[in-house]
Design a protein around this ligand. Structure first.
Ligand code: UDX
Length: 449
């Protein structure tokens, strides 16, 4: 099918690239003409595993193209994916002005009827407003715009794999023909008839994804309800960690045993510095805002947010307790990205830690395999090191802020020889306290003695 993607951010690019790789013809556009120029020149503006490879192969096969002219992109597709940003306002409410702007563009530029699909994460009832806006802005009464909601459940770092091997594809529609069109768009994925860019050879056996057809309001709610629940799970594990510290229990033992119950599940029970990124913090905020507006009490989500913010305070208490005076201390910060396998630093807990260290007058040496370039733009005053052992030279402490495998595998015997003080404060529970103490380190982590 011929598809348009509006917004070449993270979600738009992954969606466009994967649908082109699955065999569709995709035209992408963005208001940022520099981004389009970069894409046209073969560049990839974000780091995501496999994305460069599939963008190159789709480009070569002429299945993906980029234009700064939104009208051209809109006219090219029978179905249009809206993938623009919906950032939080100060109140927590999602800012939907980009969606409104795109609705105006579609209504003005389309020459034929379109299926308009919201891929951006939006609060429930946005589809209804979008439908109304498209009708109101259209000057051609003969054109029909059908709206659908198709939330994404992509994790940064594994987004391409997630797109091709989803647990579920949710489509919220207002009529059966929209559901049929979306089923056709996702047919290669439902039938597993694509060439998988993630797995060399055959993909591991797995169940077929469920194709769920719902109302638009339900689809929108599914996305916020899912992400908020995962955030809630993380905060729950973090409160258990606080309790473990008071009682003298081990949070890793507790959450491992909890997770073995299939009704609970072991994922997203990892205690530490808490969640960050561009999805969880803003989705939780937007869901709190939406429920309050609907007159529904969602206090557990407010607690989820509060617990998550407290993680930084708790981490800093540990730093202060260990270092006593922070001013003038040489501190190595390991990990800047909001999680491993991404260069994304938006709402990264590590950056909150860095900010506070700087406020207190510490000398910060940082290392991260992907996120240093982006962080440099915000914090030029840090000392950056590709080699983590260089960051540790003469350090008074090492702080673990992101769960990168390269930090998991650090040789602490080697590190200990170059550090001024053998002190590790681990915000992601990467190491076992006994092993670190055996190596002669003072070691502090979350929810363990
Ligand atoms: C998330 C959702 O997983 C995805 O389905 C949705 O579409 C977008 O939002 P993402 O933001 O890429 O994806 O990150 P995710 O892997 O979910 O991790 C979110 C944050 O939670 C990270 O900061 C991570 O470090 C933290 N986390 C995760 C924990 O602190 N503990 C855990 O047990 C799991």
């Amino acid at each position: 099918m011929r598809l348009s993607v509006i917004g070449c951010g993270y979600v738009g690019l992954v969606t466009g690239a994967c649908l082109a790789e699955a065999g569709h013809e995709v035209v992408c556009t963005d208001i940022d003409s520099e981004r389009i120029a970069k894409l046209n020149a073969g560049g990839v503006p974000i780091y995501e595993e496999h994305l460069d490879k599939i963008l190159a192969s789709a480009h070569k096969a002429r299945r993906i193209s980029y234009t700064a002219n939104a009208g051209d992109a809109i006219r090219a597709g029978d179905a249009i994916f809206i993938c623009v940003g919906t950032p939080p306002k100060d109140s927590g409410e999602a800012d939907l002005s980009a969606i409104d702007h795109v609705a105006r563009q579609i209504a003005a530029e389309a020459h034929s009827s379109k299926l308009v699909i919201e891929k951006s994460t939006v609060p429930a009832r946005t589809g209804m407003e979008l439908s109304r806006a498209l009708a109101a802005y259209s000057r051609n009464g003969g054109l029909k715009f059908r709206v659908a909601s198709n939330p994404e459940f992509l994790r940064e770092g594994t987004a391409v794999g997630d797109f091709f091997h989803p647990d579920r594809i949710v489509v919220g529609v207002e009529d059966p023909s929209s559901a049929a069109e979306l089923r056709e768009i996702y047919r290669p994925i439902l039938e597993k008839s694509f060439h998988c860019p993630v797995h060399e050879g055959a993909c591991p056996p797995g169940h077929r994804p469920e194709f769920l057809v719902t109302t638009i309001n339900s689809a929108e709610l599914i996305k916020h309800a899912s992400n908020s629940f995962l955030a809630l799970k993380i905060s729950y594990a973090n409160v258990i960690a606080d309790l473990c510290e008071k009682i003298g229990a081990d949070v890793e033992e507790v959450t491992h045993a909890m997770g073995l119950d299939p009704r609970i599940g072991g994922q997203f029970l990892k205690a530490g510095l808490g969640y960050g990124g561009f999805c969880f913090p803003k989705d939780v905020q937007a869901f709190i805002y939406l429920s309050a507006r609907m007159g529904v009490d969602f206090d557990i989500l407010k607690a989820t947010e509060r617990v998550n913010k407290q993680r930084i305070d708790r981490f800093f208490e540990k730093i202060r307790q260990a270092l006593w005076v922070v001013k003038g201390k040489h501190v190595a910060v390991f990990g800047l990205a909001f999680k491993a396998n991404t260069d994304d630093i938006r709402f990264a807990p590590a950056l909150e830690v860095v900010k506070r260290l700087l406020e207190e007058g510490a000398v910060v040496h940082a290392s991260d395999p992907e996120a240093m370039a982006r962080t440099k733009a915000l914090f030029p005053q840090l000392h950056y090191h590709e080699d983590p052992y260089e960051a540790l030279r003469d350090a008074d402490a090492a702080l673990i802020c992101t769960e990168w495998n390269m930090f998991r595998r650090l040789d602490w015997d080697r590190a200990g020889k170059v550090m001024a003080r053998k002190l590790v404060i681990d915000g992601r529970n990467l190491y076992t306290p006994e092993a670190m103490r055996e190596k002669g380190f003072e070691y502090y982590s979350f929810g363990r003695e």
